[in-house]
Design a protein around this ligand. Structure first.
Ligand code: BGC
Ligand code: ZN
Length: 371
């Protein structure tokens, strides 16, 4: 079968021949890959700074943002049948019997760090024509989301991040935890999204449907197509080059929540310094190692204490986050059909993999079609 992956020992990014997998256990599902999104993690693996092939293989098949179609089910598979659309998750549990998160299906909180990840860490990914996966790691997708569900995995980052924020903000009287008035749990609150890539724009959509007033704070000056997209969904876009963090916070007022999706330390810590009273800051980025930078540590720390702030890091996602992502993509499509379409910059054939993985990053979300 055709696949796309890396051979770290030879520093190669290329098309590979990968064996066609078969169902070997009753709870497995055989899936035809329809499309796979490319993200910063894939591009980083292609610099050989991250990622690891499965034991015994010299290559790693890439891809963890996938939409597939069921072609065959094992005898004990209960929730899927041939023809169903599915999105598989990424992380698989560690083997340690004492790792409670993994034993409870919450390997996104694995406590040993011995988890594996498809397409990233010791398991082959989905940039291949077919794959086999256990039913438990699949989320069903309605046919109406055939054109958007490849965005589900990147959206799970926002789903898990926001779920954490609601839990943490239970500490603050006045943060709503129910959509009581139908205006959303974030109604009356201000959220700032750092970065206007796919994670940022999907995060902005999620925050908007939760009722927040949303500002997208990103480098590029207006006009640019990401700013246009952000404003078309009802967020306000502000360029970090045109307005520094202090002026930005003056303009925005109390920043109740920051959703970091820029993957870069300097702007993140600059905005952390202007996080508002009782605010929560959610980190999702995984920056590459760079030289140390100065940050205004004392004023930031002073605010963290005096303003009761909370900082949350979030990685990977729960099964519920996948269910929520599929649900919310439906809502996004109802509200903003053109914007959801515009998030997917291009659908490419497998031959384009090199340019997409090692060429200059372009557009928002690029996808490789396998079928
Ligand atoms: C994926 C996560 C994964 C993380 C770290 C991200 O790109 O979306 O599922 O846990 O990389 O490997
Ligand atoms: Zn990713």
């Amino acid at each position: 079968m055709k696949a796309v992956g890396v051979v770290p020992s030879r520093k190669e990014v290329r098309q590979l021949e990968h064996p066609h997998p078969q169902i070997t256990r009753d709870n497995e599902v055989h899936i035809r890959t329809l499309e796979v999104g490319i993200c910063g993690t894939d591009r980083e693996i292609c610099t050989f700074a991250y990622g690891q092939p499965p034991a015994g293989d010299d290559y790693l098949v890439l891809g963890h943002e996938c939409l597939g179609e069921v072609v065959e089910v094992g005898a004990k598979v209960r929730h899927f049948k041939t023809g169903d659309l599915v999105v598989p998750s990424v992380r698989r549990p560690c083997p340690d019997p004492n790792c409670i998160p993994c034993r409870e299906g919450r390997q996104d909180f694995c406590s040993t760090w011995k988890f594996t990840e498809r397409g990233i860490n010791q398991r082959h990914g989905y940039m291949t024509e077919y794959f086999v996966e256990e039913e438990a790691y699949l989320t069903p997708v309605p046919k109406s989301l055939r054109d958007a569900a490849v965005l589900a995995e990147p959206l799970t980052i926002a789903e898990k991040g926001l779920a954490q924020a609601w839990l943490v903000q239970k500490r603050v009287p006045g943060w709503e935890h129910h959509n009581r008035d139908g205006k959303g749990r974030g109604h009356g609150k201000t959220a700032v999204v750092l970065g206007a890539g796919p994670i940022g724009l999907l995060g902005a959509m999620k925050l908007l449907i939760e009722g927040f007033k949303v500002f997208v704070y990103s480098r590029s000056p207006k006009p640019n197509f990401k700013a246009d997209l952000a404003e078309s969904i009802g967020a306000e876009y502000i360029s970090a080059v045109k307005m520094g963090a202090d002026d930005f916070s003056q303009k925005v007022g109390n920043i109740d929540l920051v959703y970091e999706a820029v993957g870069e330390g300097s702007v993140s810590f600059d905005v952390m310094r202007v996080l508002g009273i009782n605010g929560v800051f959610i980190f999702t980025g995984i920056p590459a190692q760079k030289p140390a930078i100065p940050i205004r540590a004392d004023s930031t720390m002073r605010n963290i204490t005096l303003k009761n702030q909370a900082l949350i890091g979030t990685v990977n996602a729960s099964p519920q986050a996948f269910i929520d992502a599929i649900h919310d993509l439906g809502e996004f499509k109802r509200r903003w059909p053109a914007a959801v379409k515009a998030l997917i910059t291009g659908r490419h054939k497998i031959d384009a993999h090199r340019e997409l993985l090692v060429g200059k990053a372009q557009g928002i979300k690029n996808v490789i079609e396998f079928a």
